[in-house]
Write a protein that binds this ligand. Sequence first.
Ligand SMILES: NC(=O)c1ccc[n+]([C@@H]2O[C@H](COP(=O)([O-])OP(=O)(O)OC[C@H]3O[C@@H](n4cnc5c(N)ncnc54)[C@H](OP(=O)(O)O)[C@@H]3O)[C@@H](O)[C@H]2O)c1
Length: 313
Amino acid sequence: MEAQYILAVLGLVWVTRWVVKVALDVVAALRKFLWARLTKDNLAVKYGGKWAVVTGCTHGIGKEYARQLAKRGMNILLIARNYDKLDDIQNLIKKESPEVETETVQVDFSFGRMIYPEIARYLADKDVGILVNNVGVITSHPMHFVEVGEDEAWNHINVNMASMVAMTQLVLPGMVARGRGAIINLASVASSQPVPYLGLYSATKVFVDFFSESLRWELRGSGVTVQTIRPGYVTTNMTQYSKFVSEPSTFVPNPERFVASALPTLGHAGRTTGYWAHGLQMFVTDEMFSREGRMFLFDVWNKLLRKEAIKED
Ligand SMILES: NC(=O)c1ccc[n+]([C@@H]2O[C@H](COP(=O)([O-])OP(=O)(O)OC[C@H]3O[C@@H](n4cnc5c(N)ncnc54)[C@H](OP(=O)(O)O)[C@@H]3O)[C@@H](O)[C@H]2O)c1
């Protein structure tokens, strides 16, 4: 009888804890995705600088951050590796948001440390309100680590991780001195657990997640906002290896829809998927499966995507 009583109390505590957690998650989601969209801050004033810097801005999510920040009145410093594509995005922004200024910096983040003095020259005369550490690479499709080339491996390190650290070192002192600023770091749902067949990519995204989150806590009270975005699949160049993740759908938004959802969460969510359906996906998988269980699912899923990609080559 006593054992039954103890089990009943434990059960009640577990259910209550779960209900409270779900209720808090729902409130947080409403605040992030609905309330945030209703309130449109003046970003240049809120973050103490007219310039936004976006790395990897010629395609996908970075291109959309650049366009949508410009539409919100920010001047944009566009950083990517290809002159022609930089010209294209600069012209597009000039057309869509003629009132803002734009500048371009052509650098290849895979070159590592040597490129940052050049970027620093462009930053010298600018008050940077927002930095979007977006640039990122992934292998052409999910593959065994033994299939990953040496250049590709170093690119993951220099582009996905080192760029975030170095860019942050360039802009953060100015933000801290002004007591205002925002840094948005693009991690991934792949930072929630190791991801077989994309292990190197997921490891770089854990780095982004941990660095970004530590910085967010360190900077509480400083006036500088740090946000970690952890998207699921978004239809960009990165997801072209499979028809399952390159066709837009509710769960796989295009970059425009994704950023229209993620950008308003700045200042309202420190760490978020940025998009409600990705949040739902993450909530369900985290609640239903252990870390090992999620690794098993990714193992099966990525083996399928690898087969599909190899067949099409
Ligand atoms: N798409 C997704 O499903 C997804 C999911 C989770 C997280 N993310 C993250 O979101 C971020 C953006 O991804 P995305 O899907 O938008 O990627 P994307 O479409 O492949 O665009 C990447 C951008 O970065 C630029 N870039 C790549 N390597 C570069 C280098 N070495 N030097 C300078 N610029 C370089 C590309 O330039 P080019 O135009 O010259 O190639 C392009 O402008 C990444 O950090 C990614 O890990 C994406």
